[in-house]
Write a protein that binds this ligand. Structure first.
Ligand SMILES: C[S@@+](CC[C@H](N)C(=O)[O-])C[C@H]1O[C@@H](n2cnc3c(N)ncnc32)[C@H](O)[C@@H]1O
Length: 282
């Protein structure tokens, strides 16, 4: 019977040979999931034999990783902004890049006490809104929207578990069916090109194309959202939109063309412009 150490070493080698970039971490997280042992307890159990049932579960989960499924879908969860979100094939896995947007939203909320009413469009797991509502310094009224009913199911599940309540939410093409006006709208819309997503899908990428693809230049959603959001913001209200660094100049131009003021890029720690913030004129 193999020990935990032997099983991990063997799995790490198999994943590395298959070109998985983080083979030890992936093997550790999958074994932790299969055994029900936290990572730290697993490392402490190195010399102990792995029960046959755990080994069978581990091997079937490892096969899914080797077939290209992300660890987050295999575990059914992903950490974001210090919170653990349920994820599965109905939603995009939250990315650390999106924490830039949450940081900026929380900074605005802390600085401007007039911000009390917020909306998160293209919400997916709800990671942006739920992170904001968990860390806000004062109560906010909040709502969310997504065009995908399946994504809204995941949003409801995460909000109920992490907030203890489910904020109002709407199935909506961008903001078209969202009632009300807000002091702050956040959005991480799809922003890859159709061609990029076709290549990813052909290689077996499991995330929903609906969460990724946005027309021939990746800007179809943002091009509609920016002018549309003006009607959903109070005067002086803010829109923060995530995008790729290479799209930052085009996005700033879209904000200016629509009449926004105070257009400002939000860089990540590496200096990449991962989101842009602007205000509806007063
Ligand atoms: C890039 S994911 C972002 C998910 C989540 N906010 C996050 O940051 O991880 C984009 C989301 O937009 C949704 N979506 C795609 N097209 C949409 C549209 N036309 N209107 C509203 N939501 C849309 C997708 O279902 C998906 O949940």
């Amino acid at each position: 019977m193999s020990t935990y150490r032997e099983l991990l070493t063997e799995a790490t080698r198999t994943l590395a040979r298959a070109g998985i970039p983080t083979p030890f971490l992936d093997a550790l997280l999958i074994l932790s999931h299969a055994s029900g042992l936290p990572k730290e307890a697993l490392l402490a159990s190195y010399p102990e034999p792995v029960p046959p049932e755990t080994r069978r579960t581990f091997e079937s989960l490892l096969a899914r990783r080797l077939a290209g499924e992300p660890v987050s879908y295999i575990r059914g969860l992903k950490e974001f902004y210090g919170l653990t979100f349920h994820v599965d094939r109905r939603v995009l896995v939250p990315r650390p890049d999106t924490e830039v947007l949450v940081d900026a939203a929380l900074t605005l909320i802390r600085r401007d006490p007039a911000i009390t009413h917020i909306h998160d469009a293209c919400t997916g797991t709800g990671c942006i809104l739920i992170a904001i509502l968990t860390h806000t310094p004062r109560p906010l009224t909040a709502s969310a929207s997504d065009v995908s009913e399946e994504a809204l199911d995941v949003f409801r599940e995460n909000a109920s578990r992490l907030l203890g309540t489910v904020p109002p939410h709407h199935r909506s093409d961008l903001l078209s069916s969202v009632p009300g006006r807000f002091h702050l709208i956040t959005a991480n819309p799809p922003y890859l090109t159709e061609e990029e997503v076709a290549v990813m899908k052909a290689s077996g990428w499991p995330e929903p194309a609906l969460a990724l693809a946005s027309g021939p230049d990746g800007l179809s959603h943002i091009r509609r959202l920016i002018p549309q959001a003006l009607d959903h913001l109070v005067p002086g209200g803010y829109l923060i939109c995530e995008h790729h660094d290479a799209q930052a100049d085009a996005v700033a131009e879209l904000y200016r063309e629509a009449g926004y003021t105070h257009v400002r890029h939000l860089p990540d720690l590496a200096g990449r412009r991962r989101a842009t913030l602007a205000r509806r004129p007063l």
